[in-house]
Design a protein around this ligand. Structure first.
Ligand SMILES: [Zn+2]
Length: 504
């Protein structure tokens, strides 16, 4: 850090904070545009603080922690979009411009960037790294720069090189967004106090199904225990990044970061040894991450009356919008329509024309429409949906679970269509978050009343539905976020890559 700052302690340190978060799924056919960010609120300056305050998000946690520690937080930008396909070059240029211009105007002593870590833009497969490098260019080499990531980040050597420290969520399902922001802020403050920070990165050429990445499950639990055991002394943070697997980019792999302080020469050796040891353990246990999805018809047969025990969750992680898929695969809806037991089931599908038809019919009106495969027709076919429009609306869902608590998620227009045979389908213009029961409740459908509900989520639902479901069935389906990597073609990722290839 600069000597000038240490010589002028009377002024609180100005710490710029920016959040640019989107998880890119390169297998999604639908490009992410600036509209996907503006629809969710693209907030700059004080607005980024005001609109995030009180939410369980990195930026809110960081801003609160910095102010509480007597620093002067300078909110620059909060850009968040639902996961989706590759970001257009134009949109990336706009976001980078907002970050760089905001940082240049901020006259900051340090900066904290809250990035997902799996952002891919046209022509820039490591877009997060490009943002960090752009921020570093503004700050110069001496002013501290700390980066937080989602656990699903693809951490690159470029990011680690450009930042003083890189750290990530410790939870999956993710419930520590705010805490991660606070931990990032604490590292910034250490650096401003004159400590020398550094992060060491270890990677292994492996992909792990998101369904088996939960930190409560044995493979990740053991790795997290190793990470916690390695933390202390010179080691300030150990983060695990099993990486979201729908990312066909160079340098793809499972990462471990170890952030250290103290004498750079000795601390770096300790940190490097810890990172390699934990990465070795992940590699050695790679076969333990295998999942065993169930065919859709078999899953539908497993639905029985809930009898007050909560719904059975039909987990269509293959078409999960929080993993970047389009959420317009109606295969499960089709299978449910063939079931004639009258069981109460709630399902969702993104289908803008169906929303328009339902809104035209109005509440109580009849629709007889096709739904599904309007955005991604590679994996499924439309299915016929006939029923009565129960409700329509257009406001955002306010997340109420433990993850991103309080954050609004825009879903565009929506309508609930009651088939009269137990199945109610929520059709939406934009993906509705089903990892949180708030997505259904928003439309007046309480999962507690259902025998089964469709969740388009790999693991996040385990936080949202904790204590209010009686079981979950992982569905064997193709899709842009399928757990069956053999359905996907990786062309840019480094090979060999486990489990796609046999790696000796
Ligand atoms: Zn994640």
């Amino acid at each position: 850090m600069g000597d000038a700052l240490m010589a002028a302690p009377a002024r609180p340190a100005r710490v710029a904070v920016a959040s640019v978060i989107q998880e890119t799924n390169t297998f999604s056919p639908r490009a992410t545009t600036l509209d996907d960010f503006t629809a969710q609120g693209l907030w700059t300056g004080a607005e980024a603080d005001r609109c995030s305050r009180g939410t369980n998000t990195e930026i809110a946690g960081a801003l609160t922690a910095l102010a509480g520690a007597g620093a002067e937080p300078v909110p620059l930008l909060r850009a968040w979009a639902m996961s989706g396909g590759t970001l257009t070059g134009d949109a990336f240029a706009v976001l980078r411009g907002l970050l760089v211009d905001g940082l240049a105007a901020a006259r900051a002593d340090a900066a904290l960037l809250c990035l997902h870590g799996a952002l891919v833009a046209d022509g820039e497969p490591a877009a997060d790294a490009a943002l960090v490098e752009a921020a570093r260019a503004v700050l110069g080499p001496d002013r501290p720069l700390v980066v937080t990531h989602d656990l699903h980040a693809n951490v690159t050597a470029r990011i680690v090189a450009a930042a003083d420290a890189v750290l990530g969520f410790h939870t999956y399902p993710h419930v520590d967004q705010g805490d991660t922001g606070r931990r990032g802020a604490a590292l910034v403050l250490r650096a401003l106090a004159g400590e020398r920070l550094g992060t060491v990165l270890a990677k292994r050429p492996m992909l792990v199904p998101a369904e088996s990445q939960a930190v409560a499950d044995p493979p990740m639990r053991r790795l997290r225990e190793l990470a916690d055991a390695a933390t202390g002394g010179d080691v300030l943070d150990v983060s695990l990044f099993p990486v979201q697997p729908w990312l066909d980019v160079p340098e793809l792999g499972f990462a471990v970061t170890v952030t250290h302080h103290g004498d750079p020469a000795t601390a770096r050796i300790t940190a490097g040894e810890a990172a390699e040891r934990i990465a070795d353990a992940a590699w050695a246990g790679r076969s333990g991450f295998a999942v065993h999805p169930v065919p859709v018809d078999e899953a539908v047969r497993r639905i029985t009356p809930a009898a007050g025990a909560g719904p059975l969750l039909l987990v269509q992680s293959a078409d999960s919008p929080t993993a970047g898929a389009t959420a317009d695969d109606a295969t499960v809806i089709g299978a449910l329509l063939h079931d004639d037991r009258g069981l109460r089931v709630y399902a969702t599908v993104v289908d803008a024309p169906a929303v328009a038809a339902s809104r035209a019919a109005g509440t109580g009106g009849r629709v007889d429409i096709e739904v599904g495969a309007t955005l991604d027709d590679r994996w499924s076919r439309p299915v016929r949906l006939a029923g009565t429009v129960r409700r329509t609306g257009a406001g955002p869902v306010l997340l109420t679970g433990a993850s991103m608590t309080g954050q609004p998620v825009a879903i565009g227009g929506w309508a609930s269509v009651d088939t009269g045979r137990g199945l109610v389908v929520l059709v939406t213009e934009r993906p509705v978050p089903t990892f949180d029961p708030a997505g259904y409740r928003h439309a007046g459908l309480d999962p507690a009343d259902a025998d089964a509900v469709l969740v388009r989520s790999a693991t996040m639902y385990r936080a949202g539905y904790q204590g209010c479901h009686r079981g979950a069935v992982l569905l064997d389906l193709p899709g842009a976020s399928t757990p069956r990597f053999d359905y996907l073609r990786f062309e840019r990722a480094p090979r060999p890559l486990y489990p796609i290839d046999e790696v000796p």
